[in-house]
Design a protein around this ligand. Sequence first.
Ligand SMILES: *Cc1c(COP(=O)(O)O)cnc(C)c1O
Length: 415
Amino acid sequence: MTDWLEAGARHVWRPYCQMKTARPPLPVVATRGSRLILADGTELVDGLASWWTACHGYNHPHIAEAVRTQLERMPHVMFGGLAHEPAYRLAARLAGLLPGELDHVFFAESGSVAVEIAMKMALQYWINRGVAGRGRFLAFLGGYHGDTLATMTVCDPEEGMHSLFAGVMPSQLMARLPVDDESFSALDAQLAEHAGEIAAILVEPLVQGAGGMLFHDPEVLRRLRFLADRHDVLLIFDEIFTGFGRTGELFAMQAAGTPPDIVTLSKALTGGTLPLSAAVASRKVFEAFWSDDPGAALMHGPTYMANPLACAAANASLDLFETGEWRADVARVSAALAEGLEPCRTKPGVVDVRVLGAIGVVEFEGAVEVGALCAAFADRGVWVRPMGRVVYLTPAFNTPDADLDRLTEAFRRVL
Ligand SMILES: *Cc1c(COP(=O)(O)O)cnc(C)c1O
């Protein structure tokens, strides 16, 4: 029944994986709601929503129906010179949902590429305004912004998964998040010295995700907005992880009431069905490109940008957000994680347990053994894949209570 697994295993190069020593992957044949269904019929409760994408659960009928209808009508057309309803409706809806003047939506297919586009927008913003020398970015320890070459340079040099490349790629300015007066003053001084070289400050609002699931206070974002304005540099929020309800707000930036100049979105944008991302610029950024000079245009255009199937899925996902039911669901998941994970605080090696929105984190002193833990969790009927020092849960918002119990019980037993 799984002859494809053996035939393909010699040829598939897996992500984040030492191919020689890694345990074999689990063969999944179907998904349903909060469950992964394996080839041998085992059902695992998914604690991750497939890297934070499937926020409404798998195979949501409303999203599936929208994609099916779009598939019959028009699976894809190029976006250069052509327009289609799914993308134009989606852009208008995103602009309506995003705070401030974040009104100009540039579509791409992956998170990393959206971050690259945001970086390119920021660089060209200064070029178009005739300001020379603004070629660098300031990013934060603990941050993660993607795996492509440019995005690697703005990840945490140690925790951001790319330490191997230190010195190979141009280095950016790195700082501690301004969480207190001391780090605020240090960042203020760093900006005073380097503002003339900096195109933008880049940060994941409220939660630094893949760099360690680190939370910070909304006040940090207000300080960053203040410092970006004081030193006249652009501010980019990478909401690829936090966007679409994960933190309890539709967008994490809303907790601080401080919109950035550019925001990036992806992950849960299509409710975990199809790859799609966007870099959304404020009016101020967009206006630097608005000109009679063709050379001032943004020269970017991924082949599959604004794929109609993906945009139809995203519109259907937004329909589900518009019902507002997600808020109560996120609060319910949050309470279940807080209660269910609290006993992990006293387990050996655990240094912290924290919960924000539908994110539950157990942090260890040192790196954990990913393969062994995944296998132990699978034996308990759940799918969990740790990252560095953290073992975490980011389940679908509509995960039933019994499945949430199974997830947190597995944590209490395995850890
Ligand atoms: C996942 C992620 C990315 C990269 O997205 P990909 O689709 O994997 O390229 C960038 N930024 C943040 C905050 C992310 O969580």
